[in-house]
Design a protein around this ligand. Structure first.
Ligand code: NAP
Ligand code: HSE
Length: 422
């Protein structure tokens, strides 16, 4: 018999308890032992929840109980779960977590503290898709050339509804929250931070690189509007929030931002709450992983798989997949300004002569060459919306051009920019 406690019995925690109950016999056969949830920890014990396990508000009841073998951390946050997980590991309890924010900041600390004590975190990236296992085990023979994918279900759900049904941003965010997809603070989803946390976890397994969210380029979907969506449609693009990790010689480029991506590409076809991640290995070539990226049961499926593996094997492989420090070459994080891409710009301007010439000159002065251009005059006003796409150019030049264009008096409300992913 293996005893587990679930710290945080919310969307995912309830699903974990219920899967362990509903699939009990199957899970016992796979794990080789009976798995029993002996305690759940919550903040508000009076809240009604669809679960039949003993609840407490006192985390110490779990940490000080020697009969508990595995602590499942599903409370969210960074500092408090770090304290809790650290204490659990110090008490020699195995840990399973779905908490990517915690891992984005403390994965190397936890690896150090854990030593040989298992830590499972399959659910932390892409919900139900076993992408951690794929990188740690299935692709471990390969040097990873790139990882590129949709890693946030909430924003993909929102973009899909905005593009396909013209639904308003605020309405669809509310719906994603009601469906249990969004983080407690949904700015993590729409601002790209949640996808960045996941990208950093994958990059550590792929490259052994210890970057923090503040070290990488992160942009969200908050500024995307129906003008961008119709421009994208007109030129055969979809809009997706992507996490991108690329190895370029000894540089590792890590970035999260919305992209215009050709509708014919596989990733462009991944809609709704689904996530999709392409991993290219030097020996295997491209592999693609697709599945539900958020939601109680899908995420709990990955949490329970970690529990089963810990019970079955009694140990785990090294947390981030490396048994020895990875020193075969000096990989460094690529400077954000060295990114090269094609770009799309949108801006509202006064519809007067000379405006276009000034903008074109600024772009040209900054080595930016225009590919396509669209102008729409807003009915009964003197304002026009200008939309450009560019040939490949440097991020540093784009940033300079935008700041110069935004200084023109005829430009209203700044310049919106989306990168175009080839
Ligand atoms: P949730 O529904 O907000 O549940 C959080 C639970 O933790 C609640 O039961 C809450 O108690 C409890 N809790 C929070 N702080 C606590 C504290 N200080 N002491 C005791 N209990 C505390 O969140 P969730 O959606 O299940 O997400 C849980 C974790 O999984 C997060 O790290 C999230 O990022 C991750 N995750 C979620 C999904 C998803 O689709 N939802 C997918 C992948 C990963 P009360 O109920 O009493 O408030
Ligand atoms: N809020 C996250 C998402 C949950 O929407 O992808 C899954 O990690």
């Amino acid at each position: 018999m293996v005893n587990i406690a679930i710290i945080g019995v919310g969307t995912v925690g309830c699903s974990v308890a219920n899967i362990l109950k509903e699939n009990k016999e199957l899970i016992q056969a796979r794990a080789g032992k009976e798995i029993r949830v002996v305690k759940g920890v919550v903040r508000d014990i009076s809240k009604k929840r669809d679960v039949e396990i003993p609840l407490t508000t006192d985390i110490d009841e779990v940490l000080n109980d020697d009969s508990i073998d595995i602590v499942v951390e599903l409370m969210g946050g960074v500092d408090e779960p770090f304290k809790v997980v650290k204490l659990a590991l110090e008490k020699k309890k195995a840990v399973v977590t779905a908490n990517k924010a915690l891992l984005a900041y403390h994965r190397y600390d936890l690896q150090e503290i854990a030593g040989d004590i298992p830590i499972g975190y399959e659910a932390s990236v892409a919900g139900g898709i076993p992408i951690i296992n794929a990188l740690k085990v299935g692709l471990s023979a390969n040097e990873i050339t790139s990882i590129r994918g949709i890693m946030n279900g909430t924003s993909n759900y929102m973009l899909t509804k905005m593009i396909n049904d013209g639904v308003k941003y605020d309405d669809i965010l509310k719906e994603a929250q009601e469906l249990g997809y969004a983080e407690a603070d949904p700015t993590f989803d729409v601002g790209g931070f949640d996808a960045a946390h996941k990208l950093l976890i994958l990059a550590s397994i792929a490259y052994g690189i210890d970057a923090k969210p503040e070290d990488i380029l992160i942009e969200g979907i908050q500024n995307i509007n129906q003008d961008d969506i119709s421009f994208a449609g007109e030129f055969g693009y979809s809009i997706k929030l992507l996490g991108i990790a690329k190895k370029i010689n000894s540089n590792i480029e890590l970035r999260v931002h919305p992209v215009l991506i050709k509708q014919t590409q596989m990733i462009a076809k991944i809609d709704g709450v689904m996530n999709g991640i392409s991993v290219i290995g030097d020996k295997v070539g491209e592999t693609l992983y697709y599945g539900p990226g958020a939601g109680g049961d899908a995420t709990a499926s990955a949490v329970v798989s970690d529990i089963i593996e810990i019970v079955r094997a009694g140990k785990s492989s090294p947390m981030l997949g490396f048994k020895k420090p990875f020193k075969s070459e000096n990989l460094v994080l690529q400077n954000k300004e060295n990114i090269q891409s094609q770009y799309y710009f949108r801006m509202s301007v006064e519809d007067v002569s000379g405006v276009l010439a000034s903008i074109a000159k600024t772009l040209g002065d900054n080595n930016i060459s225009v590919d396509t251009f669209l102008q729409k005059v807003i009915e009964n006003s003197s304002i026009a919306t200008l939309q450009f796409s560019t040939h490949e150019c440097k991020e540093i030049d784009v940033k300079k051009a935008i700041s110069q264009i935004e200084k023109f008096d005829f430009v209203k409300d700044g310049v919106s920019m989306i990168r175009i992913e080839a």
